[in-house]
Design a protein around this ligand. Sequence first.
Ligand SMILES: Nc1ncnc2c1ncn2[C@@H]1O[C@H](COP(=O)(O)OP(=O)(O)O)[C@@H](O)[C@H]1O
Ligand SMILES: O=C(O)[C@@H](O)C(=O)COP(=O)(O)O
Length: 426
Amino acid sequence: MTIVLGAIADDFTGATDLANNLVRSGMRCLQVIGVPGTDLDVSEVDAVVVALKSRSCPADEAVADSLAALAWLQAQGAQQFFFKYCSTFDSTARGNIGPVADALMERLGVTQTVMVPAFPVNGRTVYQGHLFVGDRLLNDSGMQHHPLTPMTDADLVRVLASQTPHPVGLVPRPVLDQGAETTRQHLAALAEQGVRHVICDTLDEHDLDVLAEACEAMPLVTGGSGLGQALPDRYRRLGWLDEIAEPGRLQPASGSALVLSGSCSRATLAQVAHFLKRHPGFSLDPLALAESDAQLQAALDFARDTLKSGGPVLVYASADPEKVKAAQARLGVERAGQLVERALGQLAATLVSEGVGRLVVAGGETSGAVVSALKLNTLRIGEQIDPGVPWTQAHLESREAPLSLALKSGNFGGVDFFTRAFEVLP
Ligand SMILES: Nc1ncnc2c1ncn2[C@@H]1O[C@H](COP(=O)(O)OP(=O)(O)O)[C@@H](O)[C@H]1O
Ligand SMILES: O=C(O)[C@@H](O)C(=O)COP(=O)(O)O
């Protein structure tokens, strides 16, 4: 058995988001953490999403990790490859979207790919190459304050052009409006001009369906999870998939409930404030974490004590842009982030070993740190809590019952996400 789709996601919440959409569109999908060994059995799945932590690391590391993931997915016989990045096109000054896309294209021997970040159900749309979050341009959406990947330009053609030596083109909405064949012709005309990367306008699900059809023959597609929503139907029409798979059911959850948040995105800040009005929480400060382990120990004591009643309890470093900037000015951007990630990873490892069985993590980099600290290998996808965020389950050697885990992307989820997540968990 070979898989149909092999995906490489540049962060862990993004990987779960894509896997969730593939499952909801009827594919059997497994999320793996990092590049797996040769012994992983994929005979029961149609798609594998490899979760990497390659969004904000140096570009050469991101390229090396992505190529290793590609080689593994090629060995599983994937018929199409998907490079998944954020629906807000989160990038550093050097990439990593451009360098990784270039490297994947070169390795696959392809001369063109599409760039489809839109996720309309969560308000991410693209028009005239400009990315909107709801009714705001990207650079006015709160993403301009992101601690690691501040997005200060909504013009994706320009953003991508600064990350690749190759020309960048656009599929504008009027072309999409004329359907998949016209879109394919437009892509072919751009290819003749040597345009390798094509940013695609997308206003709604119908545009995603047109794009999925227009690029069905491309070995590599790139984008957000919205495109993932549209691909399975194409695969069924092409005869690559037989049927619509029912999403698998997760085992009943057990253990106490913990929320760890390292996301400073607008949606998360509102979710933290909402939670703290109802349940206990402990605030971490990178400046204190830099001094000694005293604050980490205090957070652990607080969580242990409040978890005696089963939780939920929240430990968070989430802070408004002024506080984040102040910490970064003292510690440096990288160190401030690493201190928080390390602390939340250590808390997760300790508290899960002591009985936490239901864990929500907010933030993509944060989820990477927590999942790595827990040494998880694979995630099974379960019920969706909000668009883009499902419950998942993972097996740990130290726990008989599986760990229920929700990895929440910074800007996803309703304001009551941190409480409702536990209510919808079977
Ligand atoms: N108070 C803080 N000061 C500085 N950096 C912080 C603070 N709190 C969290 N961070 C860092 O900000 C980054 C947030 O990124 P991430 O977890 O990906 O969230 P999001 O999903 O919102 O993008 C992480 O590296 C985290 O460690
Ligand atoms: O596409 C998206 O918006 C998400 O899947 C995603 O990539 C999440 O990243 P973070 O916001 O950094 O959690």
